[in-house]
Write a protein that binds this ligand. Structure first.
Ligand code: ADP
Ligand code: ZN
Length: 528
């Protein structure tokens, strides 16, 4: 960009054709690009795979000077820069993985005006020498990628992002464009205020990903359920399987490999080389399954990911949507599958109770889990509920599990009353609190060792719940939790009443529950 004439919007289309080889803009790309080319600030909210990169790459090529891209994805910078260079774009990066000489070379290119795009890790901008370097060159724009990293209570928070608000003071005339795929109203507002982008134009794309089929099932033997899904619907496909813990990542990957599915593990406990290697293989080879913690995936651009599976409950709808959004960037049908159970809720509550931060922080985390639970237990279209969470109205999609097999609901008031009564009895008569397992055993009238030890077969509620099977009782507990009619607390996930439990016990409230689909007894064919 050595243009001395002011940039024109038509240049953008030419760059799209000539450099990137695409015929037309997608969605609101053109509008965004024109706005930034003309020097305006922007906040772009677009789902993963929507095409955010061009929104700053093209203005950087059209405007005079170097486009500076702030990104937390250090591990991907080399790939991004290589891909741009292959297209003839003069790109470089500065981050902590480089040695002194490599850095000097990029700095020299920057000063000589030989770069179109410079990728920077956010921590670089806290180094005074980097700021001085930038001040000696000409900057066409600042792009702040993964802008939700500035949101303090989000799961990707990076303290270095907070310092990015200073860009505006140092370079008041350089346009700034912040981009993210995370987009509740709250995060949105937080990004704008923390990055001092109050006057920026907001571009909010639809978050719908129509080619993704959302499915949520109740968990009994997750590895086996996963294997059945992959064998039935995704043989030979590439996909991502998310687990909460490193240990379950390892176990799940091993299990898949033993059963003939090529799978690789990825989590923060693996050394950097193994991680980089597994990531590179996943991107390069066909049909690999990446079993990972949420440490994996941000910024990964693999178009043919056919499924994203969660074996544990995600901590928030935002996280879930971002992770599932990595499926089907090529627009072809893809599956987002989540298995969740009561134990997930217990575990999440435990983690929240033990988390750092004040009471307000814990309340926020709880609200995130509650929204996730509500999505799991809904009898309505999953997509309608997801999009509503992001402030978008829509009608039933016909391409999610609840649309395809509408779950029946049933009047669960009496079972709910029985369960709550058992919790009340334990507490009132014995001063005891127990978890869902023991309460279920009591309702089912089972004389287990633990029931006998605590004399629970003498309770009046012993054996009053034989009309439901154990799995159904688990479903009742889960759904009461999702509806806030009961709560779990403490290390052992003890059941306790909530403010609204009394309405159920007093008969003022009808409890509508979702019927658990019957499980077919499949023959065991897997190796464990
Ligand atoms: P995001 O950063 O929003 O997740 P990307 O910028 O990585 O999305 O774009 C996703 C994919 O779509 C990429 O493979 C990109 O090359 C492609 N793409 C983006 N814009 C267009 C376009 N106008 N025409 C065709 N393909 C596009
Ligand atoms: Zn639907």
């Amino acid at each position: 960009p050595d243009l001395d004439t002011p940039p024109k919007a038509s240049d953008a289309l030419q760059v799209l054709h000539r450099v990137f080889g695409y015929s037309s803009f997608r969605g609101s790309q053109q509008e965004i690009i024109e706005h930034v080319v003309a020097g305006g600030d922007g906040l772009v909210l677009m789902p993963t795979g929507g095409g955010k990169s061009l929104c700053y790459q093209i203005p950087a090529l059209v405007r005079k000077g170097v486009g500076v891209v702030v990104s937390p994805l250090i591990a991907l910078m080399q790939d991004q820069v290589d891909a741009l260079r292959a297209l003839g774009v003069r790109a470089g990066f500065l981050n902590s993985t480089q040695d002194f000489d490599e850095r000097r070379l990029v700095e020299a290119e920057f000063l000589a005006g030989e770069l179109d795009l410079l990728y920077l890790a956010p921590e670089r901008l806290r180094v005074e020498s980097t700021v001085r370097l930038l001040e000696r060159g000409t900057i066409s724009l600042f792009a702040i990628d993964e802008a939700h990293c500035v949101a303090q209570w989000g799961h990707d928070f990076r303290p270095d992002y907070l310092a990015l608000s200073a860009l505006h003071e140092r370079w008041p005339d350089v346009p700034r464009i912040a981009l993210t795929a995370t987009a509740t109203e709250a995060t949105h507002a937080e990004i704008a205020s923390r990055l001092k982008l109050q006057d920026a134009r907001h571009f909010v794309a639809s978050f719908d990903r129509p080619n993704i089929q959302y499915r949520i099932v109740s968990k009994d033997d997750p590895k086996r359920q996963l294997l059945a899904l992959l064998r039935a619907e995704h043989g030979g496909d590439a996909g991502i399987v998310y687990c909460l813990s490193r240990a379950s990542v390892e176990k799940t990957a091993e299990f898949l490999v033993k059963n003939g599915i090529e799978a690789l593990p990825y989590h923060a406990g693996l050394d950097a080389r193994t991680r980089a290697e597994n990531q590179a293989r996943f991107l390069r080879e066909d049909g690999l399954v990446m079993v990972a913690t949420i440490a994996f995936g941000m910024g990964i651009d693999k178009p043919d990911v056919r499924f994203v599976c969660h074996l544990d409950l995600p901590k928030s709808v935002e996280g879930y949507y971002q992770e599932t959004g990595r499926a089907g960037r090529d627009g072809l049908p893809s599956t987002a599958w989540l298995a969740y159970g009561l134990q997930d809720v217990v575990q999440q509550r435990k983690m929240i109770e033990g988390s750092e931060g004040d009471e307000a922080h814990r309340r926020r985390l709880s609200a995130h889990v509650d929204a996730m639970l509500a999505l799991c237990e809904t009898v309505e279209c999953r997509r309608v509920q997801l999009l509503a969470y992001f402030g978008e109205e829509s009608s039933p999609c016909g391409n999610c599990d609840t649309c395809l097999t509408p779950p029946e609901s049933w009047d669960g008031t009496v079972p709910a009353q029985k369960l709550l009564s058992a919790v009340v009895r334990l507490k009132r008569e014995r001063g005891q609190k127990f978890g869902a397992g023991q309460v279920t055993d009591i309702l089912l009238g089972r004389k287990t060792a633990k029931v006998i030890q605590f004399d629970h077969d003498a309770l009046s509620v012993f054996g009053i719940g034989t009309e439901l099977r154990e799995a159904e009782w688990r479903g009742v507990v889960r759904q009461l939790l999702a509806q806030g009619l009961i709560a779990v607390e403490g290390e052992y996930g003890t059941l306790v009443l909530t403010e609204t439990s009394g309405e159920v016990l007093g008969g003022q409230r009808v409890v509508s529950l979702r019927r658990e689909p019957e499980k077919k007894a499949a023959a065991r064919t897997e190796k464990t």
